[in-house]
Design a protein around this ligand. Structure first.
Ligand SMILES: Cc1cc2nc3c(=O)[nH]c(=O)nc-3n(C[C@H](O)[C@H](O)[C@H](O)COP(=O)(O)OP(=O)(O)OC[C@H]3O[C@@H](n4cnc5c(N)ncnc54)[C@H](O)[C@@H]3O)c2cc1C
Length: 660
């Protein structure tokens, strides 16, 4: 990642108010309570940090066992040679931050059952940790104190081997990154149909939460062997977990074939198990073309099904569509699909990123393209949207002002993000030229030159991994809620139109009261359910806790619409807004025409003040969403995970409450 002119790179050049990055902080001092000693409140600190990418964020807080700064005694009786250090656990968004916690980094899978025996004997619990990108407190809770008997087990240091298993499978240790996994597959001419957008996350972390991308079969598309349209977990053919051996009473490594019934509980487990390695199925790589456009208004892209003007026809008239936008829309298929469902029907792969308070979403569609289409730019590595990974300086500056208290600037921020994306992707500066003083003041000639310098990225072609992985950890540090709506493919446009209309209405309602609870984007993606046949293993079952597990009573629900709303942590009113939205989602997708499940890694169970807190959601609604429809599900998963770890070594109080 470069930190070029006009951008804030990994070192976070400017703080939110123009000063030095405040996110830094030494690793030694545990952060407690609201004050920070530097005059910043916790909210400001979180928000300010959120606005900046930064290696400083990730690297801070490591102290070795012999260090004078190690605050608590070394856990007694740990197996000799355990690689041990103390580290503040801080998740990517900064919403979970603990005291210094003892952390170890096993060099081999065999070390983990030994650690589990130790933990059981000494009353400690083990928490697997990868890159800490999860928003939900699945690893540890915010403010976990030093005194908690929690040993973090970092897989990302050593458990990183990726090797071929068979011509169409790969054996990967769970601390390997998704980027390494996809690079290995690509070297062998293999690929996945879809996967999470970031590459710097571990395979173990992705499997734990049922990670997904965006893909369903396009019209006429026949699924090639080895490919699937569900979660990454559903591609697993074999897994190795740390489980209690009832005969010896000791923990041991045990390999489960996907055909073995119990494996279904380990494929998505929220951190209630420990996986050391898995074997995944892949298929022959299918090169992709990814086209971006920002010329279709939300009112049309998310129009109610059958609404007049919602299909086909002309490029949008005037306004933010811009001249070049209209022209480009024509070249890229302006006479083709215009609604989200039509794009999904044509290409099977789509993502809409809709910046708050703006009218024209950034729509990406991917098509399978064995040869390079005329006019596409060939790419040979991932992360091809530098403007979103390496935040342009005006965006960082305005983000800083917002989290510093200028919450009302959210509409301006949305507009700025939209324009930056549009200029960098399409080269169209019409809207900037037509904009008022504030935007013109932010998007100066220098900034525009910088945005255009990297070449246009609206039409890219390359091996699938280069277009499936497009988010770096340096992107704006936002928080997100997340849901999957299971529905019929024929109801896709109905789902997105209902959501878009309510979201817009709610945003306007808050705005009318002078409240700006959202300052990031809405993201919409689509996948299929976890059809176990994708794994190619006879007798395979779907992952029991996956949001994509098919409903036995609803075989016609062949599609999942993933909805996320992003905002800076600490934004006033955010949780209230998220609760209003969540309650509406539950009412609207109540299991009649479509059903709702939560996206484990993100925000859910909102009260007016906090995520992951609403008792009704945690105790009833969420388990109910995975019990509904009958058949094995929630209860079996909880029972299997309990049976293989009856001492709950792999757990925490939050999971104890949820998984019961
Ligand atoms: C900017 C950003 C973009 C994202 N985009 C997507 C996306 O496009 N699609 C998507 O699905 N998700 C997405 N996510 C969420 C991400 O996929 C998950 O949070 C994932 O868990 C992160 O992996 P990690 O290595 O950071 O795991 P961590 O956050 O470290 O761990 C996550 C959970 O997995 C458990 N765990 C980790 N390793 C193991 C193991 N070996 N055995 C057992 N349990 C383990 C941990 O205990 C914890 O409960 C995104 C997150 C961010 C921050």
């Amino acid at each position: 990642m470069t930190s070029g002119h006009g951008t804030t790179g990994e070192t976070g050049a400017a703080g939110p108010t123009g000063g030095a990055a405040p996110a830094g902080g030494s690793g030694g001092a545990p952060h407690r309570g609201g004050g920070t000693g530097s005059g910043l409140t916790r909210r400001q600190l979180l928000g300010a940090s959120a606005a900046l990418g930064g290696a400083a964020w990730i690297l801070r807080g490591t102290v070795g066992p012999d260090s004078a700064r190690a605050a608590t005694p070394v856990p007694p009786g740990l197996p000799a040679d355990t690689e041990l250090f103390q580290r503040v656990f801080e998740n990517w968004s900064g919403e979970v931050r603990t005291d210094q916690l003892w952390t170890c980094a096993p060099r081999t899978p065999e070390e983990v059952p030994v650690l589990a025996d130790w933990a059981h004997a000494n009353g400690w619990r083990l928490r697997a940790t990868g890159y800490r990108h999860t928003w939900a407190p699945l690893t540890v809770a915010d403010r976990t104190p030093e005194s908690a008997r929690v040993l973090l087990v970092d897989t990302s240091r050593h458990l990183t081997t990726v090797i071929a298993d068979s011509p169409t499978t790969v054996r990967v240790q769970t601390g390997a990154t998704m980027e390494a996994l996809l690079a290995h597959l690509a070297d062998r001419g293999l690929g996945l149909t879809a996967c999470p957008a970031p590459g710097e996350i571990t395979v173990g972390g992705v499997l734990a939460i049922g990670g997904h991308g965006t893909a369903v079969p396009a019209a006429g598309e026949v699924r090639p062997d080895g490919h699937g349209y569900g979660s990454v977990s559903n591609q697993v053919v074999r897994l190795t977990a740390v489980v209690l051996d009832p005969a010896s009473g000791r923990y041991t490594l045990r390999t489960f074939d996907r055909s073995e019934a119990d494996s279904a509980a380990f494929l998505v487990h929220l951190g209630r198990a420990f996986l050391t390695e898995v074997v995944l199925r892949a298929g022959a790589d299918r090169p992709l073309r990814c086209v971006s456009r920002l010329d279709i208004p939300a009112s049309e892209l998310f129009a109610p099904p059958g609404a007049a003007g919602s299909a086909g026809g002309t490029a949008s008239a005037g306004g933010a569509g811009g001249l070049l936008g209209g022209l480009l829309g024509g070249l890229l298929g302006g006479d083709g699909p215009r609604t989200f469902a039509e794009f999904v029907e044509r290409d099977g792969r789509a993502e809409a990123i809709w910046f708050a308070y703006t009218d024209y979403p950034w729509l990406k569609t991917w098509t399978v393209a064995p040869t390079k289409p005329l006019g596409s730019l060939t790419v040979d590595r991932p992360y091809n949207y530098p403007f979103s990974d390496s935040v342009p300086e005006p965006v960082a500056r305005l983000a800083g002002q917002i989290v510093g208290g200028a919450w009302g600037s959210a509409p301006l921020f949305g507009q700025l993000q939209y324009l930056v994306a549009k200029v960098a992707l399409t080269g169209d500066i019409t809207d900037v030229l037509l904009s008022g003083g504030l935007i013109r003041g932010l998007l100066t000639g220098d900034v525009l030159t910088h945005l255009l310098a990297g070449g246009l990225h609206s039409d890219l072609w390359g091996p699938s991994r280069t277009l499936l992985q497009y988010v770096r950890p340096t992107t704006l540090r936002v928080t997100a809620n997340g849901y999957a709506i299971l529905a019929r493919r024929a109801d896709l446009q109905w789902v997105v139109s209902e959501f878009a209309a309510y979201y817009r209405e709610l945003l306007a309602e808050y705005q009318a009261r002078g409240e700006y609870p959202v300052n990031g984007a809405v993201e919409i993606r689509v996948t299929g359910p976890d059809d176990p046949a994708y794994s190619g293993v006879p007798g395979a079952r779907p992952p029991l806790l996956s949001a994509l597990r098919p409903r036995a009573d609803r075989p016609e629900w062949d599609t999942a619409v993933w909805l996320d709303v992003l905002a800076f942590p600490g934004t006033p009113g955010l949780e209230r807004f998220a609760r209003d939205l969540e309650q509406w989602l539950l009412r609207t997708f109540d299991g009649t025409r479509a059903g709702l499940r939560v996206e484990w890694s993100k925000g859910w169970a909102y009260t007016a003040d906090a995520a992951w807190s609403d008792p009704d959601l945690i105790d009833r609604v969420i388990p109910g969403s995975l019990r509904a429809g009958g058949g094995p599900g929630w209860d079996e998963a909880v029972a299997v995970l309990d049976r293989h770890d009856p001492h709950r070594v792999f757990g925490n109080p939050f999971l104890d409450r949820l998984l019961k």
